[in-house]
Design a protein around this ligand. Structure first.
Ligand SMILES: Cc1cc2nc3c(=O)[nH]c(=O)nc-3n(C[C@H](O)[C@H](O)[C@H](O)COP(=O)(O)OP(=O)(O)OC[C@H]3O[C@@H](n4cnc5c(N)ncnc54)[C@H](O)[C@@H]3O)c2cc1C
Length: 413
């Protein structure tokens, strides 16, 4: 039987950031993944440290658009009719989280985390070439309709109140900054303090290499099936090929966390929120990523071409690749390129809780387990700060930021 000081379950960007941060405090860490590390949702994201995403997606305007979402299977947000009964408990909590007071609370929490997102990545990668992993050129969020431009003006006020720096852009500013874009935008904002990566998979792989190089153990292709529990502590994690005894456990298995958390008697209303990406090889020159707010996707200039990534699909079992086709069509329209050459496509499941806040902190019933999942659209953005918060909890220190709102207890059980 093997043993570890700390076992981290999940080799996505969140698990790797936790493992690396813990290792840097001198602890002996073992990371376990059921596949190859970095092949989950962290593989194909849009690559943004999305510092302006301070408003949780659970909010009245999104709730108000629910009927439109149900009606259009290819719209930016879609809910599969057939899964509606099983999603109802999640939607009930989503509706509660969309109450104005809850939105205010959630915004404050996300703003606190996102303000420190880029600095936390710099701290995590400082000695290992942050500049190679992330570009610090910022990105643009663009608003196409007058309606979304009005919403953006309200959001800008919130960003200002919460200390997120941005420059508001007029249609003329946008034309000047992005000559490749032929569709007119009503408004935009530039986020100078954000960052993006030109290959999200490399972020995970590099963290993995550094972790292994410094003596961390990586166990791939081994699914954690459950736990050996003694009184109020987990003594071991059960794998297909045996068991690993551990003093402390970090659960960071993305969408796989729900089933494991249930074994620890934690109620986790986590859903799979599917998104898609399409890579196109064409010469559309972008200096920075563009986030198209009305269409719900991002165009990021990556090493392998332009990545079109986004959309939200809830409750669908099999991928609906027409949604990826839509991403390509959207880009064709926006950049007036009728025939874009697609080189690859991908879909992945975001781990999403109904209040659009992650779950970070101690497990309620087992004193040596720390939870780190539910990062929805912000897993890459918040991985490094999550690693720091998890390390504080594991080391028995008061977390550097208030994580009360991220507690597992907020869903009862
Ligand atoms: C289209 C799209 C675009 C996105 N764009 C952005 C963006 O620009 N910026 C941003 O911040 N976020 C973005 N996201 C969200 C981000 O990708 C996720 O929040 C993030 O990848 C979640 O990371 P994770 O480590 O929690 O999960 P994952 O990357 O899914 O990792 C979880 C790991 O746990 C393993 N696992 C699961 N169950 C078990 C088990 N029982 N035993 C062992 N291992 C297990 C899995 O194999 C997996 O490797 C985007 C998502 C999508 C879909």
């Amino acid at each position: 039987m093997k043993s570890a000081d700390i076992a981290v379950i999940g080799g996505g960007v969140v698990g790797l950031a936790c493992a690396r941060a813990l290792q840097r405090t001198g602890r002996r860490v073992t990371l376990i993944d059921e596949h190859e590390i970095g092949r989950g949702c962290s593989f194909g994201n849009a690559g943004l440290v999305a510092v302006d995403h301070i408003l949780p997606l659970a909010r009245p305007d999104v709730l108000g658009g629910a009927f439109r979402m149900l009606a259009d299977p290819l719209g930016p947000l879609h809910v599969n009719w057939a899964s509606l009964p099983s999603l109802m408990p999640w939607f009930t909590r989503f509706a509660m989280a969309a109450l104005p007071s809850a939105v205010d609370r959630g915004t404050k929490v996300l703003a606190t985390l996102l303000r420190d997102a880029v600095p936390a990545w710099k701290r995590l990668t400082s000695s290992n070439g942050h500049a190679e992993l992330f570009k610090s050129r910022g990105y643009l969020t663009l608003f196409e309709s007058p309606r979304s431009a009005r919403a953006a003006a309200n959001e800008n006020k919130l960003l200002k109140d919460h200390g997120i720096r941005f420059h508001a852009l007029s249609p003329a500013d946008i034309r000047e900054r992005v000559p490749a874009l032929t569709m007119k935008m009503c408004a935009g904002r530039y986020l100078p303090d954000s960052a993006y990566t030109t290959e999200p998979f490399d972020v995970v792989r590099n963290l993995g290499r550094q972790f292994a190089g410094d003596g961390g153990e990586v166990i791939e292709r081994q699914r954690v099936a459950g736990f050996t529990i003694e009184n109020d502590a987990v003594r071991g994690v059960r794998l297909r090929d045996g068991e690993i005894l551990a003093n402390q456990i970090v659960l960071a298995a993305g969408v796989g966390s729900k089933q494991l958390a249930q074994q620890l008697a934690i109620k986790v209303p986590l859903v799979r929120e599917r998104g898609y990406h399409v890579m196109v090889a064409d010469e559309i020159h972008l200096d920075t990523p563009l986030l198209f707010a009305d269409r719900g996707f991002v165009a990021t200039p990556m090493e392998a071409g332009l990545r079109l990534a986004g959309t939200v699909e809830l409750g669908a079992a099999a991928p609906n690749w027409q949604r990826a086709d839509v991403l390509r069509r959207q880009a064709s329209v926006l950049f007036n390129r009728p025939h874009l050459t697609e080189t690859s496509r991908w879909c992945g499941d975001r781990p999403t809780l109904p209040d659009y806040l992650p779950m970070i902190g101690p497990a309620p019933n087992h004193r040596n387990v720390v939870l780190a999942f539910g990062h929805q659209h912000l897993g890459l953005s918040l991985a490094a700060i999550t690693g720091e918060l998890v390390t504080d909890v594991v080391q028995g220190r008061t977390p550097r930021l208030d994580i009360t709102a991220l507690s597992a207890r907020r869903f009862g059980g």
